[in-house]
Design a protein around this ligand. Sequence first.
Ligand code: HEC
Length: 113
Amino acid sequence: MKRILLAAVTASFVFSANAADLKKGQELISKGACIGCHGENLNKPVVAEYPKLAGQPADYLYHALRSYKVTNNPNLGRSNAIMVGQVAQYSDKDLKDMAAYISSLPGTMVMKK
Ligand code: HEC
């Protein structure tokens, strides 16, 4: 039983790792206006206050992007009007693909351990 469970868990991890489509993410990002604010390679924000995106962990980016879609809960989500408008048109799968692509870009942020 344990083995079967382990196999199922492993399979679902492998599946979800492959689930994000980098190419689709790249297409969506280049069609979107993202570079207009987040800058070249999403790593040179045009305004210092805007966040650098390149190389951030995909799961965090996906969480952040989804948060801009949560607009009916005062205790959850993000309400920044610009980004709420940006993500509205995308499905959750689109956001996952975009997050995976952004994460694959070389970034200059440093993660301290
Ligand atoms: C008009 C300017 C503008 C455009 C266009 C724009 N963004 Fe943003 N983005 C911002 C700002 C400002 C923030 C910070 C919002 C906040 O404080 O929550 C942000 C935040 C983000 C974050 C959260 C980053 C973090 O570290 O938490 C992600 C991810 C993101 N944007 C992705 C995108 C994507 C993908 C697109 C294109 C579909 C896009 N943005 C288009 C201005 C923009």
